[in-house]
Design a protein around this ligand. Structure first.
Ligand code: VAH
Length: 312
């Protein structure tokens, strides 16, 4: 990777990934693309930023060609809960956006990172120790775009030789950007509520177990897979990766160790509960560990400590 373009750079991952890549490769070599969400002032000030709808293929290709981009980190998409409120728009943005990125990468010889998700699995997938290769029948539009994206990325590698790579992210937790429209967002909002009101009303049931990851591990995973030896990648797109698996009840318990007065109550949102119930409780990520040495650094206690320290 030398000249990198990040779509969705103003989102939860992009807000943290963009400065990390600029630190490593030079501000002028990392091109941030945003659209709906206003960019973090530092992101805008620290290097090239373009406001562009990901469905504008010509506009995107013009930027890629003008700057001789060699790698596209494609993060632009509507997340799970939002996608259920506007499924046709979600298909349009998530799939036509990815198709544009893959077509441009085919013509401009770019490598592509595509973030799949635990959402690429569905209610018939084994939900404990979910295997790398298993049933994928998601029943959410977001999940359908993710499994379709995995297959499209595999196709562009096999048919056109585009160097596509990707992972299945769990819920991501960061203090640098508030997530928008996701089902796992509770695991971020709870920290703000704990510090401000010492109370949080959770929209998922207390026993809803989901895979999660602290953002520094997610950033490391993107860099590591994109810089790994391509000949060692038997699987290319959609590697299961996780760092921890917990329930809202367990997260609240960990927060209470540091904020004893913190309390949590539950008002379940049936839409987001149904989405969460269709996802695995815990994935087996041994294939990523074997093929490109995936190794998360943060567990639940370390993440909680750092989130509360950073937001205090
Ligand atoms: C969502 N945060 O909740 C995203 C993610 C695994 C979940 O893809 O939609």
């Amino acid at each position: 990777m030398k000249k990198i373009l990040i779509t969705g750079a103003t989102g939860q991952i992009g807000t943290e990934l963009t400065p990390a890549l600029r630190n490593k490769f030079g501000n002028e070599n990392v091109f941030a693309i945003g659209h709906k969400r206003r960019p973090d002032p530092n992101l805008h000030a620290s290097g090239p930023y373009y406001s562009l709808d990901i469905r504008d293929c010509h506009g995107l290709e013009t930027i890629v060609a003008a700057h001789d981009v060699d790698t596209i980190i494609h993060l632009a998409s509507l997340l799970s809960a939002t996608a259920e409120t506007q499924p046709q728009q979600a298909w349009d943005i998530n799939m036509n956006g990815l198709t544009n990125v893959l077509e441009i990468s085919r013509r401009q010889q770019c490598a592509v990172f595509f973030p799949s998700s635990i959402a690429a699995f569905g209610p018939t997938t084994p939900s404990d120790n979910t295997p790398q290769d298993t049933i994928q029948r998601p029943n959410t539009m977001y999940g359908i775009t993710k499994v379709s994206g995995e297959l499209l990325c595999d196709y562009y590698y096999q048919r056109f030789g585009v160097d596509t790579r990707g992972v299945r992210f769990p819920g991501l937790i960061s203090y640098k950007a508030i997530p928008g429209g996701g089902t796992t967002d509770y695991a971020v909002h709870i920290f703000y509520a704990a510090l401000r009101e010492q109370h949080y009303v959770c929209y998922l049931r207390p026993d809803t177990r989901l895979d999660m990851m602290y953002m520094p591990d997610a950033i490391a995973a993107i860099m590591q897979i994109m810089e790994s030896d391509t000949t060692a990648l038997a699987h290319r797109n959609g590697f299961n990766i996780t760092a921890m698996s917990f329930t809202p009840e367990q997260l609240a318990y960990e927060i209470k160790k540091l904020i004893p007065e913190f309390t949590i109550t539950y008002t379940v949102d049936p839409v987001r509960q149904a989405i969460a119930d269709s996802w695995p409780r815990h994935m087996d990520d041994s294939v990523a560990r074997a093929e490109w040495r995936w190794a998360p650094q943060y567990d639940l206690a370390a993440m909680v400590r750092e989130m509360l320290d950073s937001l205090s």
